[in-house]
Design a protein around this ligand. Structure first.
Ligand code: HH2
Length: 298
């Protein structure tokens, strides 16, 4: 299906009455919000904003207070073309922030492709691993996640952030992404990771041009049909800039909300976002309308 060809999107049915098992200690009977905390100098939308640990810790606490269910801490930028960094540097950036937020009672995920960083973050109190390579980058990662029995986000990507732009060729994007994610699920389960530990992510913007991200979001029900909770990260991404004409990533909140709510209506259960407070408000209203259960249940 070509994007923008006027093909109707998949039928929408309220999905939150259909309960998933809990994931990462979160019941999935309502949408959940993951706040993005990049402790990097070069992330695409907030690089350098949280360069010192004290500022990062304060920002993470503010996200939790604003209603984030998870705070996702990343010490390596995965923007298109970004170079890989040494895990020791990633650990140096991320782990003090992980430790402080975990000690404050925040549910923390560590956004990394490196097993050494996963181990250090888990030791410091992280509760979830978020791997944009779906455990393909580091052969030590899957055994580690299995041994630690922690929840894991398996995200779809091809190649590496440095090479992924050259791999964005699809004949049938939803079928190919579903098959490639299913292969990563099989590898994870073969390594001993429990089915209930797994959450899937379409990897919006990773080895995907704008038209691919749009087509994949429209066909998200086909990924949800794999039977795992779905996390979607659309916040401030390039396709939103392309559609809305907003060049500066930090100014893409309106488009990010529109795309996030669209994803929730088509099978996503968790949203990974920069703007936590506004997203939580929007999600509460959307959920009350979707279920008809009223504001008190949101
Ligand atoms: N997107 C980014 C990084 N990590 N993890 C998951 N599960 N899903 C995503 O869509 C995703 C992710 C890229 O966004 P950001 O963290 O804002 O920027 P950068 O990679 O430049 O740090």
């Amino acid at each position: 299906m070509a994007p923008g060809d006027g093909t109707p999107v998949a039928t929408v049915t309220p999905k939150f009455p259909i309960a998933h098992h809990a994931w990462a200690g979160l019941t999935l009977d309502r949408p959940r919000v993951m706040g993005i905390l990049n402790v990097t100098p070069d992330s695409f939308s907030d690089g350098g904003a949280h360069a010192d640990p004290a500022g990062s810790i304060a920002a993470g606490l503010a996200m939790a207070a604003a209603g984030a269910d998870i705070v996702d801490i990343g010490g390596e930028s995965t923007r298109p073309g970004a170079p890989a960094i040494d895990p020791a540097e990633e650990i140096r950036r991320a782990v003090p922030v992980v430790r402080a937020l975990a000690q404050a009672g925040v549910r923390v995920s560590i956004d990394t492709r490196n097993a050494a960083t996963m181990a250090a973050a888990l030791d410091a109190g992280a509760a979830i691993v978020n791997d944009v390579s779906a455990l393909a980058h580091d052969p030590a990662a899957a055994p580690l996640v299995a041994a630690r029995r922690v929840p894991i986000v398996l995200m779809h990507m091809r190649g590496t952030p440095a090479t992924m732009a050259t791999r964005a060729t699809y004949a049938d994007i939803a079928a190919e992404v579903a098959a490639e994610l299913a292969a990563r699920v099989a590898a994870a389960e073969a390594a001993g990771i429990a089915r209930t530990a797994i959450c899937l992510d379409p990897g919006i913007g990773f080895a995907k041009h704008a038209e691919h991200s749009i087509a994949l979001l429209r066909r998200l029900p086909e990924l949800a049909a794999l039977g795992y909770p779905i996390l979607v990260g659309v916040s401030r991404k390039g396709f939103i800039g392309r559609i809305s004409g907003v060049a500066a990533p930090a100014d893409r909140l309106a488009g990010s909300l529109a795309a996030g709510l669209f994803a929730l209506a088509r099978g996503a259960t968790l949203l990974r976002v920069h703007d936590v407070r506004t997203t939580v408000e929007a999600v509460r209203v959307w959920h009350a309308l979707d279920t008809g259960r009223g504001a008190d249940s949101a």
